[in-house]
Design a protein. Structure first.
Length: 152
């Protein structure tokens, strides 16, 4: 019984300490641009568990939204971005964000046309790992519009 109490106390202390450390991490702003060349300006983001992240996303391209719109979708670590992109092709009415897969998304900036800016603020997952992000406009993921959030 004494061992169980000590184990519970140690687990509680670790949980409080990890929460305090995550809360002490300063918030981070990430500025990402996308253009008509089908590239994100930032393809790797690092964060601490629980850190507040603010993504400012700018479509600096010139082509119309209906042929070259861009969005930024961050998925959970265990999700397949290629499968998400494939499902997104049929979700034009939902700006290429399939409602059936909304449970896979951690954060998103909606579809933007040329010269438009969007942003999202979210908390990095507490679980260390690699979390994929992508543009889900048709063929953009396949062309290379992808990256990762690394939580460490």
């Amino acid at each position: 019984m004494k061992t169980i109490r000590i184990s519970l106390l140690a687990a509680t202390c670790l949980a409080v300490l990890s929460t305090a450390l995550a809360a002490s991490a300063p918030s981070k702003t990430i500025v990402i641009t996308a253009n008509d060349s089908l590239r994100f300006s930032v393809t790797s983001i690092t964060a601490e568990p629980g850190q507040t992240l603010h993504v400012q996303f700018h479509n600096v391209g010139n082509l119309p939204k209906d042929v070259m719109g861009h969005n930024w979708i961050l998925l959970k670590a265990d999700q397949d971005p290629e499968a998400y992109a494939a499902m997104a092709v049929g979700a034009k009415a939902d700006n290429f964000e399939p409602k059936a897969l909304s449970g896979q998304v951690l954060a998103a900036v909606p579809l933007l046309g040329p010269g438009e800016t969007g942003d999202v603020t979210f908390t990095a997952p507490m679980k260390p790992g690699t979390y994929p992000f992508l543009c889900s406009f048709p063929a953009h993921y396949a062309a290379g519009m992808r990256g990762v959030l690394v939580v460490e």
